[in-house]
Design a protein around this ligand. Sequence first.
Ligand code: ADP
Ligand code: GLC
Length: 479
Amino acid sequence: MVGSEAAPFAKTGGLADVITGLSRYLASQGHDVRVFLPYYKRIAESGLEPPFVEHGKDIEVRCGGRTIRFSLRAGELPGSKAKLYLVDCRELYWRDGLYTQDGDEALRFAFLSRAVLETCQRLGWAPDVLHCNDWHTALLPLYLKTVYQWDKLFARTKTVLTIHNIGYQGMFPDSVLDQIGLNDHRAHVHHGDLKDGRISFLKTGVLHATKLTTVSRTYAKEIQTAEYGMGMDELLRTRSHDLSGIVNGVDYGDWDPKGDPLIPHQYSQKDMSGKARMKAALLARMGLSYEAKAPVFGVVSRLTSQKGFDLFADSIPIYLQRENMRLCVLGSGDAHHEKYFQWLRDTWPTKVGIYRGYHDELAHWVEAGSDVFLMPSRYEPCGLNQMYSLRYGTPPVVRRTGGLADTVQMWDPKAGTGTGFTFDEFSSHALAATLSWVFKNWADQKGWQNLIQNGMAMDFSWQKQGPEYEALYRGLAGV
Ligand code: ADP
Ligand code: GLC
């Protein structure tokens, strides 16, 4: 399992949760799972210093006319038997963030793929499947077919590439081909952007991986359309028989109010008293007054255009003016979104609380202490927060796209069915109409409790979702 993030060591979004959750599940089923991750500066600074692997020091890799050295550290993924390999290469990974705008960004992640293959060679270990995630590791299938083609060790190794977000493709000037040691293999790099002097990691991965997956059934269909494909729809259509959508699982070991160590008041479907206490605790932490009757709307998100916060402009202020409500926002990202939320806070200081930044514990508090979770995404490959909020008894408001469409059903008060509130059109108007509907339903607390119970009963565990990956791997390995 290869990727640029893995919880709890290196995380900016859901990718980290999925890599860890899926690996834990697979290991629990008896598979030999080994997770590869760069040994980022921040991991080292957190005090995690697993020992070097025997003969794993100063491994030399020839890459584009020069030699780069890395050392391999090995530990265990917490709560699991899966092995964790950390690629220790200070020259490349000793930076402030996980991702950078530096001139060697392409090399930083291309090198990760190389380090994985070099490690397998040194260990004499041939995986049945190398599972790559997003653009960062998307060149691995090509390296396997070119630079490492001579090595019989990999004769039976297949590759899976999972697209977690097609909005990030790893696009670089083609001059990096030299740096990353692929100049001689130019003919195998996806041709689409070469004539414009660029290469795309993700497109090249889509071209060469044995199988492709993405993280929900709906998104698998959407990315084959011009509207959602971000320039890759045509290529994906040519591989549609190899592409499937598998909805992400949830690691309820980390995300369940019943045993969540990060919240002070735990609760369950049977005893919800802790939820009211969490609401009071969250509001106090955000500097807002508590009123049982005023619904708390929560946001935990990267603040990017993907997440649909542009729709707030002509909807949320209407309700902040009219209704007795609270809004608690945890997030960071694009400056104009951050500024907008600050403006909401400044304008309605008794109703809006924000925390700008990344805060793992507070994310759990917002899930638990809110009454409604807002996630009006423009596009959403899967989304984890809506599934977390279902389990925390916090019905989500979502736009019916990608994984949101696959995991949230519209609440029908008459039938007593459904788990949240959904809308289709990407417009402030559609969001505003949905919020009216939310307030109407909030007024009927008996129905609301029913809605909460429906959501909490949903099961998106890896025990349920993981077997789909196992079936895919088994098909590839022929076992
Ligand atoms: P994405 O991967 O697109 O960001 P997901 O819903 O799949 O969206 O996953 C987001 C993950 O990142 C969740 O675990 C969420 O709690 C976490 N997260 C997002 N923003 C923050 C933040 N500011 N502080 C803490 N956790 C965050
Ligand atoms: C991406 C997507 C998100 C998905 C996550 C994990 O960051 O934006 O929808 O849940 O990856 O697959």
